[in-house]
Design a protein. Structure first.
Length: 156
């Protein structure tokens, strides 16, 4: 039997069109990109994770000369939040922004490994976490849950 998966997401034409809280989170991700350490790729990524208490934990990509030892912005933010804020492991939304060497914002879409980690964070808390991705041209794509980004994720 053939089956289909439907992926739901929203797109906004600019940051200004986003609901206020989401726009603020994207702006936090832009600021987070400034702390990236990305001398090898030149691609700076910022992530901003909003917790249920309204606080925001930032992450940025941290590279290493031994390439696989580095970490993406999304996982940096998620792991930092889990490690530092064990009192509030409830995550509402994660915004991601890319930034090139000229300082221009660019599209960011989470890699497969980050999606898997995000899926487990979402599974642990038992409710959806929104994922907000900055797109080229200043547009923004919003996924209502990680499950939309990674169907059939590995579960243990
Ligand atoms: N990167 C992220 O931090 N997040 C993404 O969503 C995609 C890629 C990083 C990893 C590496 O430091 C650089 O961007 C180029 O792949």
């Amino acid at each position: 039997m053939e089956k289909q998966i439907v992926i739901n997401y929203q797109e906004y034409n600019s940051l200004d069109e986003l609901p206020e809280a989401m726009g603020l989170l994207v702006r936090e991700a832009v600021e987070a990109a400034a702390s990236a350490y990305a001398p090898y790729s030149g691609f700076h990524v910022g992530a901003a994770l909003r917790l249920a208490d309204g606080s925001v934990v930032r992450g940025s990509n941290q590279e290493n000369a031994a390439y696989p030892s580095g970490l993406c912005a999304e996982r940096t933010a998620l792991f930092a939040a889990s490690a530092q804020r064990a009192d509030c492991r409830d995550y509402e939304a994660l915004a991601i922004v890319g930034c090139n060497e000229r300082g221009e914002l660019c599209e960011a879409s989470p890699c497969g490994a980050c999606r898997q980690v995000m899926a487990e964070f979402e599974g642990r808390q038992g409710h959806a976490m929104r994922v907000v991705c900055y797109l080229d041209g200043g547009r923004v794509r919003v996924f209502g849950s990680v499950a939309d980004l990674l169907p059939f994720s590995f579960q243990f």
